[in-house]
Design a protein around this ligand. Sequence first.
Ligand code: NDP
Length: 237
Amino acid sequence: MSQEYVWLITGANRGIGLELVRQLLQAPSNIVVAACRNPSKATELQELAAKASGRLHLVALDVTSKESINRAAEEVAKTLGGKGIDYLVNNAGILPGGQDTAFSMDVNILEETFVTNVVGTAYVTQAFIGLVEKSAKKTIVNISSTLGSIGSDFGVQSASYAVSKAALNMLTYKEAKEKPHITAISMCPGWLQTDMGGKSAPLPVSVGVGGILKTVLSLKPEDSGQFFNFQGERVPW
Ligand code: NDP
């Protein structure tokens, strides 16, 4: 039997997260834990689980609630029965500020964005790191955005979101530096047609997700602490 790999995806009920689950289930060697706020309402995940022969597990996880994260970590540990998590994909994210700017943004929106995109991601990783370290691949993928890249120079717009993703990138760097035996990267999925990306986004979600998986599966230990896009290229910080 070929080696099995366990993936945990947050925000797995729609958009990029759901497509990650779909594509991962196409390889019989993958076991997927799909984390979302409301598994009982996640009909697409339930349909996938019904056909996945036990390879897809749904777990309730709200990244803004420590209680929810801790409960999910306990439940996942039980479900995996001694296995670790090879790939932890911190995908859940929000963009409530739209096109806001540094001098006009509502700081409550900045705070809300930070709590989900940065604090939530940090806490999920703290709660699941024991399971990640038990695995063969020990890989953390923080889904970021080139909007959070100062070097990409996207200008004025989407300030609160960009600030949160820049902070997330630093979190990736710190995680990688503190634990050299793991691989932690930031990943920009591309501008994709999801609820967040909108209908005018240039790429279908399947293309970006295909690129994310190809890039993640070819990571080398020296790639840890770096920022990639879905085409496998380095993104400037
Ligand atoms: P969507 O808005 O389509 O989906 C967001 C997902 O995050 C949903 O599953 C949502 O769950 C979940 N989520 C939001 N808040 C929480 C929370 N508190 N706890 C758990 N889950 C939560 O966005 P995308 O799929 O497009 O984006 C996914 C990631 O990719 C994000 O991190 C985003 O910043 C990033 N990204 C997206 C781009 C794009 O063009 N689409 C471009 C660059 C980066 P629920 O249904 O419960 O709200």
